[in-house]
Ligand binder design. Structure first.
Ligand code: GLP
Length: 241
């Protein structure tokens, strides 16, 4: 495991540069992407590097980790909307190259198996961006999700609904379900970049990286990944030193 500890700004910068290097080495890179507040600064750096002509996304394909069930794509809280706002509309990635699970598909089970198949058929994810939830979730893989899980329909836990309610008008507007890549889907990525920020993540990142590997802390599975790069800001790294 490669572990970088620095300011949040340095994490964003270095992480973005690592992604740009990946794309410049393999222009048709398959990227796995994440939402949440953590990767926003890193995405801003990617946009800047694109504007400075250090990278082109014209051949890149992306697969997002997850999406809520039952809110329209145009809703400001959908992950589709988030990705357009925070990255896709600012770079030269062709619209047909970006994929998120469709939380409005008529048959959600079929959507999950199709999504998994599309990832596999594209050759698999070269580099997966990840954040971590306070309960150790990655994507929307809540505690006790089997390590063998592939893309699936998830019932969100009360703690995740509460945590994510900050983006909605009220807690009862947060969807109760989501579609998420599984833990196995994530672990199949050739490289994983995990970003962790803020004092409120200090406990969980310590557990995830230094504690036992257990489905109770989904992110602990990352200890088993052969190519894990972790960018932790100083506040979140308080217990790692
Ligand atoms: C959400 C997302 C995760 C994300 C997590 C942490 O529930 N599904 O992919 O990593 O929240 O979010 P934040 O970065 O805002 O703390």
């Amino acid at each position: 495991m490669y572990l970088f500890i620095g300011t949040a700004e340095d994490c964003d910068k270095k992480g973005a540069l690592e992604i740009v290097n990946q794309i410049n080495n393999k222009p048709d890179t398959i990227l796995g992407l994440a939402t949440g507040s953590t990767p926003v600064g890193m995405y801003q750096n990617l946009i800047k590097l694109y504007r400075d002509k250090k990278v082109s996304f014209s051949q890149v394909k992306t697969y997002n980790l997850d999406e809520y069930v039952g809110i329209p794509r145009e809703h400001v809280c959908s992950y589709y909307y988030f990705m357009q706002e925070n990255l896709f509309s600012h770079i030269d990635i062709p619209a047909e190259n970006v994929s998120l699970p469709d939380g409005n598909a008529p048959d959600l089970e079929k959507e999950c198996s199709d999504y998994e198949e599309r990832i596999a058929n594209s050759g698999g994810i070269d580099l997966q961006v990840l954040g971590i939830g306070h309960n150790g979730h990655i994507g929307f893989n809540e505690p006790n999700t089997p390590f063998e899980s592939v893309t699936h329909l998830v019932d969100l836990t009360q703690s995740t609904i509460k945590a994510n309610s900050r983006f909605f008008e009220s807690e009862d507007q947060v969807p109760r379900q989501a579609l998420s890549m599984g833990i196995k889907t994530i672990m199949q990525a050739k490289k994983i970049l995990l970003f962790v920020k803020g004092a409120d993540k200090a406990d969980i990142i310590h557990k995830a990286l230094k504690g036992p590997v257990t489905p109770e802390v989904p992110a602990s599975v990352l200890q088993l990944h052969p190519n894990l790069h972790v960018y932790v800001d100083k506040a979140a790294a308080a217990k790692l030193k």
